[in-house]
Design a protein around this ligand. Structure first.
Ligand code: ACO
Length: 465
């Protein structure tokens, strides 16, 4: 039976609940039922927390109720941290209580062959109008809602996108990696076995969520391909997906991990293209492309201009442009004439525009501002090699000033600084100021290609006509 798309309000109760019961809350540090309460507290969750455990009276300062039916107030979401065989009974009680959404952290369902049990918990929940996220998940994390409803150690570095991951362990790893990669997320959602709530449900919800600018997916296999396609095609926000399990052995591994069917690389590639999804090639690329799509507008048109102070990085970026399907064209004469003003005699105003190693922050500022404002330029990648005569932070600030003062908001800009610690700091500052910056020219061009990779969707075609 094909599922109806989960009601927006029910997903509200799971992703931004105002009250949470933890069924299987524990007073023993180290247990998942303890972790979840501890994490809700640490993330400064502002809703109500109701630990449920028949054998405890107080956990981390909260009164404990023997069953959910004993809680005297309404409950939006119930998180299950009890063993699999107890989940069905607990869901029955949640139904009687009038809980709206269920988050089943517990493992031991279809991923280990217990398909009947998984079907039963979904049928039970649905019979009361409740929906299930999971089972076999880490939980839900949201910076905006100050909610770490999971056993992942911390909320991610704040960012503007949302990430949905089918793998729980990977979600935790990516959560931690947001701090080292300096790419944040607003929300992380673990989807696990997808017994009920699917990628499609979450994409629909996130597309309407005002705190989310882009949606990133880690997919092992889809259970309802048609609904997924429809949700992606309808989504107005950019979607980046990393699909694993595309090799024969990888597909078998995915089946035993989250009980889902993986498939051939080419099929997914075609599906993603049709659905307007930007594909990521690996975990690093998922971060890189997420950064670009969460911060930058779509690359409409064909003309990418590259501005650099180093011929070498310019050539590398040119190679990358061809590799990612954006062959560079020379800028028209009027663009070249203007840019010639901001370079020495021996510079080049073609494309890449080489301001040369003597380029000042002011030259960067003028060339970026004037290029962005020219109708021929559809997208801009700015490269900088750390040289003695300029400080990386001055160049970063010049780029940001130029972008702001140009008033142009509908052309994507990416940056790459190649250098040392000061270049890293300057790139971090750029990211904090909504300009994606990368350690290599290849990554900066790949990221701008991600804003172009999305095929035109029906609503975009309408907007353009
Ligand atoms: N209502 C409320 N509490 C109950 C009930 C009930 N009906 N029955 C038992 N409890 C209590 C228990 O008494 C216990 O509390 P205590 O610590 O005070 O004794 C608590 O609930 C938990 O029950 P346990 O039997 O101790 O279960 P345990 O904590 O060992 O395991 C768990 C439960 C964590 C859900 C386990 O079954 C499980 O699924 N673990 C894997 C979860 C996981 O990794 N999910 C993500 C997968 S993705 C990834 O790879 C990271």
């Amino acid at each position: 039976m094909e599922k109806v798309i989960a009601d927006q309000e029910i997903l509200d109760s799971i992703i931004k609940p105002t009250s949470i019961a933890v069924i299987g809350a524990s007073s023993k540090p180290g247990k998942i039922g303890y972790n979840v309460i501890e994490n809700l507290l640490a993330s400064k969750y502002e809703g109500k927390i109701f630990p449920i455990n028949p054998n405890a009276s107080e956990i981390l300062g909260f009164k404990v109720y023997p069953t959910i039916l004993d809680v005297p107030e309404p409950i939006d979401a119930a998180i299950m941290t009890i063993p699999a065989k107890l989940v069905l009974g607990a869901i029955e009680e949640c139904g009687q209580k009038g809980v709206k959404g269920i988050i089943v952290i517990t493992s031991g369902f279809s991923e280990v062959g217990e398909r009947d049990l998984e079907r039963q918990i979904v049928e039970k929940a649905n019979s009361y109008g409740m929906r299930i996220l999971g089972p076999n998940i880490v939980g839900v994390l949201s910076n905006t809602n100050k909610m770490n409803a999971s056993f992942a150690p911390t909320l991610p570095l704040p960012g503007k996108g949302a990430l949905i991951s089918q793998s729980g362990a990977l979600l935790i790893a990516l959560d931690m990696a947001t701090f080292t990669r300096k790419v944040g997320f607003d929300k992380l959602i673990s989807i696990g076995n997808m017994s009920d709530i699917s990628f499609a449900d979450l994409i629909n919800w996130l597309d309407k969520d005002e705190d989310t600018t882009s949606i990133s997916l880690y997919i092992e296999g889809l259970k309802d391909g048609r609904a997924f396609m429809e949700a992606c095609r309808a989504a107005k926000k950019p979607i980046v997906a990393l699909k694993s399990g595309v090799s024969e052995h990888g597909a078998a591994a995915a089946a035993s991990h989250t009980g889902s069917l993986a498939g051939a690389a080419n099929m997914y590639k075609a599906v993603f293209k049709q659905a307007g999804i930007v594909q990521a090639s690996d975990l690093g690329n998922l971060f890189d492309r997420t950064l670009a799509v969460s911060l930058q507008p779509e690359f409409r048109g064909d003309n990418l201009l590259i501005i650099t102070n180093g011929g070498g990085v310019g050539v590398l970026a040119t190679d990358a442009a061809e590799k990612y399907g954006i062959p560079l064209k020379f800028a028209p004469q009027d663009v070249q004439m203007e840019l010639k003003k901001y370079m020495p005699e021996f510079g080049s105003a073609k494309n890449p525009v080489d301001l040369t190693g003597v380029a000042s922050a002011e030259w960067y500022e003028s060339s970026v501002r004037n290029s962005l404002m020219h109708p021929w330029v559809d997208a801009l990648t700015v490269l900088y090699c750390e040289v003695a005569i300029t400080h990386p932070m001055d160049v970063a600030m010049a780029i940001k000033k130029a972008v702001d003062e140009s008033g142009v908001k509908n052309k994507p800009v990416t940056v790459s600084f190649v250098g040392g610690v000061e270049s890293d700091k300057a790139m971090q500052w750029l990211v904090e100021n909504n300009i994606p910056a990368y350690a290599t020219p290849d990554a900066a061009v790949n990221a701008i290609a991600a804003r172009r990779g999305r095929s035109v969707k029906p609503h975009e075609a309408r907007e353009r006509s």
